[in-house]
Design a protein. Sequence first.
Length: 192
Amino acid sequence: MKIVIVNKENYEQYKYDYIELYKEIFSKAPYFEIFTDKEAEEVYQLSLLNSTISLLAIKDNKIIGFALGIQLSIHNDEKFKTLISEYFNLDKVLYNAELGVLPEYRGLGIGSKLVEKRVLFAKDMGYEIICMRTKKKGSMSISLYQKLGFKILEGVEEISTTKKNILLNELDVRIILYKNLITNHLPTAQKL
């Protein structure tokens, strides 16, 4: 397996496969979310922003996973930015917007490798904090990120009004995890 950085030179080469992979991964457990080609392409287009880290895991010339991180201050989710700005400087936060691995390749450490590589790039780019959000119930990401040194931002939850679990028709309640890249940890989330 190799990890490839998406950039302007290889963007078109991986575009179609990324769109199909994105839709496939998120349509299955535990997500059960349906995305159109246009919605998946809009996510992939973020790869072209200067402050973005977009990685692909490739095995046998097939994309089997992806990771996308974006500078939080330029992210389009104002509600989430307002929530995080109470704790961290948004210009210094890389938001782990996406992480996905095909079901048949899960449990092999691919997600961990993508996250670790993203952390290294984030440090090199001068980010101080990496944060992400995930479903409070049924998420495979919580234990993965905690094993990689991420902490739960205690007492902070987000309820999405735009995404609902299709099968269970429940609100999408999310928690936030973060990692301080300057020190190994923060004792508790400190309001700035």
